[in-house]
Each structure stands twice: as structure tokens, then as C-alpha cells.
Design a protein around this ligand. Structure first.
Ligand code: GLV
Length: 326
């Protein structure tokens, strides 16, 4: 009998075609977000779920999943899934690393440049007919080249951002729970430092940590106060890594100069004060959103799900400790 699989929300059609060649697929093809009860209802009788970061799998939901062998997340981050609960229940969890690394790093840099050089303010200024003449200090921003970039999290995406920074002749500081291997530090000219030093010395700070209990609110009021008044904060990781209310307050009071944000604490809600500030560039969680990358992410999740259903180790297994197969 062919296995049964649920795709919770719309993905690229190539991935759906691939899945249909291997399984009975329950696919509504909409962007509706399923409630926990709807998710459990649709998961009934399925052996695999291709899910997205909007699908929440806390322990209470995972414990009620019957017969599901794999949760294939269409994202590199998997904080929407209680990994420990999935592992306890013997459910494989997979993600989509690597394919989105360069695309996400591009976008982190886009936000950095946009916030530093006031690109969105400039656009709105022209668009609203306010532009009368060239002026010496019209929308003056901050130089990016030859400045110091501080990167929290020197994983794949952090490294890709550091590579871009070299093209801008930037000095790169980083902080991580694990120090990068010496050859990588040498190649990218990275300087490992404490969290405090990174906050104090960086002109730009970009966040590339996964959301875990130890990174939740990594940046709060105290950290913002430690930054330069001219600092620009960029977040393309996960919203709860930053205390959004504290950031809005810091931006409004000039504690730091600007921010570029792709992720928020309660997406799609954005702290109302952030919506009123000119010195923040906002994006709707699109850092990995290039056509090619989103297509690859869809296919990768589909392959992870089918590989698991076929009893083979999925290429992007997260809870590797569950793997006992050949
Ligand atoms: C997107 O945020 C992802 O984790 O892939």
C-alpha cells in the first residue's frame, strides 16, 4: 500500500508532483494555516507531514500524532517543532539547510544596506513627491564599507554574511557558543569575541542564531544600551531572538540608529511602535524567498519525507539519534 502524506500548506508544484509519484498526498494547495485541531484531524492516517514554520507542533500536538513517522519542515529553522517531544515519540524531523544559505545572506545584506543608507526612506520620499532638489545632507546615512560588522552565530548563514562583508572591506567580529575552526577564521578574517565586545564595537550587528531557550531575547534592553548609538541591528533569524518592545523603544529614543527586520516575535503581527518609526526597514519573513531557493526548499522537504517513508535515512535528518536504520 502506498503511504499517506499530508502537505499542510502550498508548496512549489514540482514538489507536489514528486510526492504524488511516491505517496497518496492530502494537499489543499492553500496558504491557510491549520489550527492544532485541524492539523491533528488532517494528520490522521498519515505517515508523513510536509510542514512549514507556521505549523506549530508543541509537545501536546506531537503526543497526539498517531502513526506519523516524519515531520519534514520546509525551512532550515525548526523551532516550530518540539524536537525533544518528536524524538521521544520516535518521529523523524527534517529541515532544509544549505539551499537557502546564500539567498538568506543576500537578504541580510540587503537589510543592512537599506537600513544604513536609508533606501526605504528615500523611496518613500520620492514616491510621495517630497523631493524638490539635491541637498548636501538629504537623507544622509552611514557608510558600510570599512566599518565593523558583528555576527552572532557563525553557522552556514553567518559565514555567508561574513564573506559578503569582505567585499565591503569590513572588519568582522563574531560570537558563537562554538568557536569556528582556525582555517575558517583565517580565510574569512574573523575575530572571535565576547558578546559584550561584539555589542560595544560593532557598527552593524547581524543575527544568525537558531531560536533556542538560550538565544530567546539574546538582544534586549541591556544589550541595546551596550551598542553604539550609531549601530544598526539586522535580524533575519527568528523574531523572539530580539525583545521587540525593547528594540522599538531603543529605535524611538536613539539608543541605536536603525534596524532591518525580516522576522518578528508574533508573526505576522509587528510591534505597533515599529510601524511608526522611519529608522527601521521591515520585511515579511522573506530572507530565503528567491524563486529558485523556495523551489529547492519545497523539493528538499519532499525528498526528506519520501526517503524517510521508504525506510532510508533522510538526507537532512535533525534528530539523528533516532536513526538506527541502514
Ligand atoms: C526560514 O525562516 C527558515 O528557517 O528556513
Amino acid at each position: 500500500m502506498r503511504p499517506a502524506l499530508l502537505v499542510t500548506r502550498r508548496i512549489y508544484p514540482e514538489a507536489v508532483e514528486y510526492l504524488r509519484r511516491h505517496a497518496e498526498v492530502d494537499y489543499a494547495g492553500t496558504d491557510d494555516v491549520l489550527s492544532p485541531e485541524q492539523l491533528l484531524e488532517r494528520a490522521r492516517g498519515k505517515q508523513a507531514i510536509v510542514c512549514q514554520l507556521t505549523d506549530k507542533f508543541p509537545a501536546e500536538v506531537i503526543e497526539r500524532l498517531e502513526g506519523v513517522r516524519v515531520l519534514a519542515n520546509v525551512a532550515v529553522g525548526y523551532d516550530n517543532i518540539d524536537l525533544a517531544a518528536a524524538t521521544r515519540k520516535g518521529i523523524l524531523v527534517t529541515n532544509t539547510p544549505e539551499v537557502l544559505t546564500e539567498t538568506t545572506a543576500d537578504f541580510a545584506f540587503a537589510l543592512l544596506l537599506a537600513a544604513a543608507r536609508r533606501v526605504v526612506e528615500g523611496h518613500l520620499f520620492v514616491h510621495s513627491g517630497q523631493w524638490r532638489r539635491w541637498a548636501i545632507d538629504l537623507l544622509v546615512g552611514q557608510d558600510v564599507h570599512h566599518r565593523t560588522l558583528g555576527i552572532f552565530g557563525m553557522g552556514r548563514i553567518g559565514q555567508a554574511v561574513a564573506r559578503r562583508a569582505r567585499g565591503f572591506s569590513m572588519r568582522v567580529l563574531y560570537h558563537d557558543v562554538h568557536r569556528a575552526p582556525a582555517p575558517l577564521e583565517a580565510e574569512l578574517e574573523l575575530e572571535f569575541c565576547t558578546k559584550e565586545r561584539l555589542l560595544e564595537e560593532s557598527d552593524f550587528i547581524s543575527l544568525h542564531v537558531p531560536l533556542t531557550e538560550s538565544t530567546r531575547r539574546l538582544i534586549g534592553a541591556a544589550e541595546l544600551r551596550r551598542m553604539k548609538r550609531t549601530a544598526v541591528l539586522v535580524n533575519t533569524s527568528r523574531g523572539p531572538v530580539v525583545d521587540e518592545a525593547a528594540l522599538a523603544e531603543a529605535l524611538a529614543r536613539g539608543v541605536i540608529a536603525a534596524a532591518g527586520l525580516d522576522v518578528f516575535e508574533r508573526e505576522p503581527e509587528v510591534h505597533p511602535r515599529l510601524l511608526e518609526l522611519p529608522n527601521v526597514v521591515l520585511a515579511p519573513h522573506i530572507a530565503s524567498a528567491s524563486v529558485e531557493t523556495r523551489r529547492k526548499m519545497s523539493l528538499m522537504a519532499a525528498e526528506n519525507a519520501i526517503t524517510a517513508l521508504e525506510g532510508r535515512r533522510p538526507p537532512n535528518l535533525v534528530n539523528v539519534e533516532l536513526w538506527t536504520g541502514g
